[in-house]
Design a protein around this ligand. Structure first.
Ligand code: 5GP
Ligand code: MG
Length: 180
């Protein structure tokens, strides 16, 4: 088991497993007939997944524009139920096809908020790609169009996802186990 910051990290999804899955996802995405596609990476947790997925999409023949949005969730807005845009996209979404990319779909509040916001702004179509789906935690009426993996009900880190700002750099998705 890798040891990082004196903690054992159990690997759930290895770097090579994720890379293979990203290629499959990109092919699935390419089969949709998107027009004028705008990819929106939901920061911060999706930054590595989005970076890998858009390059896999390039290999699959898709040429999207790419934007970023930061939405308060988890730590900040989760318990209060209040969700806000902390950093908005610059692009106009009217009439466009949007692909939201996020790390994890859990309760679904974050992505439902983001999808509704883009539809309110006049997006033609909003679809969703997530690396991980914790479907047992769903509280909103929302399903991903593209899912990397079903995720067990544990707190995961790595591949962009943090625990207290740490572990984002890990090339795999893992779970923090006992101290070394
Ligand atoms: P929800 O779908 O409940 O609105 O929130 C999903 C967001 O919560 C994800 O985008 C992610 O930022 C965060 N999140 C959910 N589960 C985990 C987890 O196991 N680990 C980490 N680091 N973040 C999580
Ligand atoms: Mg997130």
């Amino acid at each position: 088991m890798p040891v990082i910051r004196n903690k054992n990290i159990e690997v759930l999804f290895s770097a090579s497993t994720i890379a293979r899955r990203n290629l499959e996802l990109a092919k699935d995405i390419a089969e949709r007939d998107y027009k004028d596609l705008l990819v929106i990476s939901v920061l911060k947790g999706s930054f590595i997944f989005a970076a890998d997925l858009i390059r896999a999409m390039h290999d699959a023949g898709i040429s999207p524009e790419v934007e970023f949005i930061m939405i308060s969730s988890y730590g900040a807005g989760k318990t209060s139920g209040e969700i806000k845009v902390l950093r908005d996209i610059d692009s106009d979404v009217r009439g466009r096809d949007i692909l939201l990319i996020d790390d994890i779909l859990e309760s679904g509040k974050t992505l439902k908020f983001a999808r509704d916001l883009m539809l309110e702004r006049g997006a033609r179509d909003v679809s969703i790609a997530v690396l991980l789906d914790k479907r047992m935690r769903r509280k909103s009426d929302i399903e991903p169009d593209f899912t990397g993996f079903d995720c067990p009900d544990v707190f995961v880190v790595g591949y962009g996802m943090d625990a207290g700002y740490a572990f984002r750099e890990l090339p795999f998705v893992g779970v923090v186990r006992d101290e070394e």
